[in-house]
Design a protein around this ligand. Structure first.
Ligand code: NAD
Length: 283
């Protein structure tokens, strides 16, 4: 029985970091140090962990990365004024608001407050709209990370059938848009899809971003498919993806969880920072 080859996000993210380091050195030689500022609610330990990993990765590539924390009890106003200040600070290239925000804080309004040319997550409606119209300024980090992972393994997308499970504005929708923009024929499944397996079975590439452990099983996959597991659920025994381990017996390529899409999302925050810096300040 053949076992799927591993799409190693840690390895691919290391390659991205080495390339970025060289690019940042070139920018620094021109007197430009890319700067990323991440805003996070301090009581949210999971979010804090995410931004710390993003900062560590970016710093290792030579980017100036800062974390600013806000208290959930203080309400969203301090976060709003921090965004306004960073929008006007010429030394800041990239602003990230770590989601989710506390209940009752309007995420769409708050993300929409970031200047689109500093929106490193690519989630500002203007940036999502530009991507949908085929003129992306920046792709959202998880979508770009999935694409970059496939590219690093020379796995083609153009002309392939891709099935994306999940349609959130943050994750599933941008991933589907990314595949469409790169020449795949895309089916997008979601909670109301009567038979997700009907669609995943026809796909050359399956990307699952539902957050439902074990959702995708071996029978749901065409033999030889590429399977990318975006899902991340913290179970008692550790992090779990959406894809059942049995899928490894049928797929040709499979991402591990952890160590697959997660490191690529982190790497793309740094990549997008450098790209936004170069777009805004030249170089
Ligand atoms: P979400 O809850 O906002 O959206 C989930 C989507 O999956 C929805 O569109 C829903 O319709 C769909 N869905 C849920 N159950 C389904 C089912 N049984 N069948 C078909 N579709 C179903 O979550 P999100 O923010 O989009 O995140 C999705 C997952 O991706 C989560 O596990 C999250 O932790 C993970 N994630 C991972 C990374 C990473 O870098 N690895 C980054 C972001 C999110």
């Amino acid at each position: 029985m053949a076992i799927a080859q591993r799409l190693d996000g840690k390895w691919a993210a290391g390659c991205v970091q080495a390339d970025l380091k060289r690019r940042v050195e070139e920018l620094t030689a021109l007197g430009v140090v890319p700067k990323l500022v991440m805003l996070v609610v301090e009581e949210d330990e999971v979010s804090l962990g995410h931004v710390r990993r993003k900062a560590r990765f970016a710093r290792a590539a030579g980017i100036a990365a800062e974390i600013r924390t806000f208290s959930a009890g203080g309400g969203p106003e301090a976060l709003r004024s921090a965004i306004d200040h960073l929008n006007g600070d010429d030394a800041v290239d990239a602003v990230l608001v770590q989601l989710p925000l506390p209940p009752g804080w309007d995420e769409v309004e708050i993300v929409g407050r970031i200047r689109p040319d500093k929106d490193v997550d690519g989630l500002h409606p203007e940036n999502l709209g530009q991507a949908a119209f085929g003129r992306p300024r920046i792709w959202p980090c998880t979508a770009r990370g999935v694409g970059e992972l496939l590219r690093r393994y020379d796995l083609p997308v153009r002309g392939k059938a891709a099935c994306v499970v999940g349609r959130s504005a943050l994750v599933g929708w941008p991933i589907a848009q990314w595949f469409m923009a790169h020449g795949a024929t895309v089916v997008q499944c979601h909670r109301q899809t009567p038979s997700v397996a009907h669609w995943t079975r026809q796909a050359d590439i399956v990307v699952s971003a539902a957050g439902v452990p074990g959702l995708i099983r071996a029978d749901d996959i065409r033999p030889g498919a590429v399977v990318v597991d975006v899902g991340l659920t913290y179970a008692a025994d550790g992090p779990r993806g959406d894809v059942d381990p049995s899928v490894a017996e049928r797929a040709a390529w499979l991402t591990p969880v952890p160590g697959g899409v997660g490191p690529m999302t982190i790497a793309m925050v740094a990549q997008n920072t450098v790209d936004l810096c170069a777009m805004r300040r030249g170089g």
